[in-house]
Design a protein around this ligand. Structure first.
Ligand code: C5P
Length: 201
C-alpha cells in the first residue's frame, strides 16, 4: 500500500508532533524533512559549500546532536533557499513518500513541490506567540539558555525567509486542509489530523 501524508507549515506550528503521531497511529514511516536542511547547514558550516554538502549527505549526518538548536535552524533556512540544495534532496524525499506501507513527511514544500499528489495534505499554523512559547519550552527543557523573545525573533526571521524565497516558498497547497492549532491541545490537533487521513484511506 502506498499512501502519502504531506504536512507543511511554519516553524513550531505543531507539524512535527502531528506527523509523528499520525505515522505511529497508522504504522507509516515518518520523515522530518527540516532535519535534512538542518544537516546540510551543519555539514557545510559557515564557510563550506552547501550544494556539495546536500549532494554528499549520508544518514549519519542526521544524527548530529546540535541540529535542533536555533542556530542550526537559521543555517538550515539559509541553505534551503539555494535551488541546487533543494534539488539534491528531491529524489530521496519522493522515494521515501512512495515507499511501501505509507509515509508521512513534514516540511515546507511537501504538498506543493515534493508530493503534489499526496493523498492527504495538511497545512498546520498557530499564532506567533503560541509557537514561540512551545519552542521555548522545548529548548529550555533541553538546557538551552535562549529567551522566549529570542525564540520569537528567530521564528519570525525564519518564516520570512522561508515564505519569501523564490525556490519552493512555504505556502499551503491549493488542496491542503488548514489546521490552526493556536487554541487546540495537541490531542485535539492530532485527532483532527487522524480524521483527515481516515477519510482518505
Ligand atoms: O522544520 P524545521 O524548522 O526543522 O526546518 C528548518 C528549516 O529548513 C526551515 O526553516 C526551512 O528553511 C527549511 N525547510 C525547507 N523545506 C522543507 C523543510 C524545511 O525549506 N521541506
Amino acid at each position: 500500500m502506498r499512501f502519502t501524508v504531506a504536512i507543511d507549515g511554519p516553524a513550531a506550528s505543531g507539524k512535527g508532533t502531528i506527523g509523528r503521531a499520525v505515522a505511529a497511529h497508522f504504522g507509516f514511516a515518518h520523515l522530518d524533512t527540516g532535519l535534512l536542511y538542518r544537516a546540510v547547514g551543519a555539514k557545510a558550516g559557515p564557510e563550506g559549500d552547501p550544494v556539495a554538502a546536500a549532494r554528499d549527505l549520508v544518514p549519519e549526518d542526521l544524527h548530529r546532536d546540535d541540529l535542533r538548536s536555533a542556530g542550526a535552524g537559521q543555517a538550515a533556512s539559509r541553505v534551503a533557499a539555494i535551488p541546487e540544495v533543494r534539488a539534491a534532496l528531491v529524489a530521496f524525499q519522493r522515494s521515501f513518500a512512495r515507499r511501501e506501507g505509507g509515509a508521512v513527511l513534514d516540511g515546507r514544500d511537501i504538498g506543493t513541490v515534493i508530493c503534489p499528489d499526496a493523498e492527504v495534505k495538511l497545512y498546520v499554523i498557530a499564532s506567533d506567540g503560541v509557537r514561540a512559547r512551545r519552542r521555548w519550552l522545548e529548548l529550555s527543557a533541553k538546557g538551552d539558555p535562549i529567551t522566549e523573545d529570542e525564540v520569537l525573533a528567530d521564528l519570525k526571521a525564519r518564516d520570512r525567509r522561508d515564505a519569501e524565497r523564490e525556490a519552493a516558498p512555504m505556502r499551503p497547497a491549493k488542496d491542503a486542509v488548514v489546521l490552526d492549532t493556536t487554541e487546540m491541545t495537541i490531542e485535539v490537533a492530532v485527532a483532527r489530523a487522524l480524521a483527515e487521513v481516515e477519510a482518505k484511506l
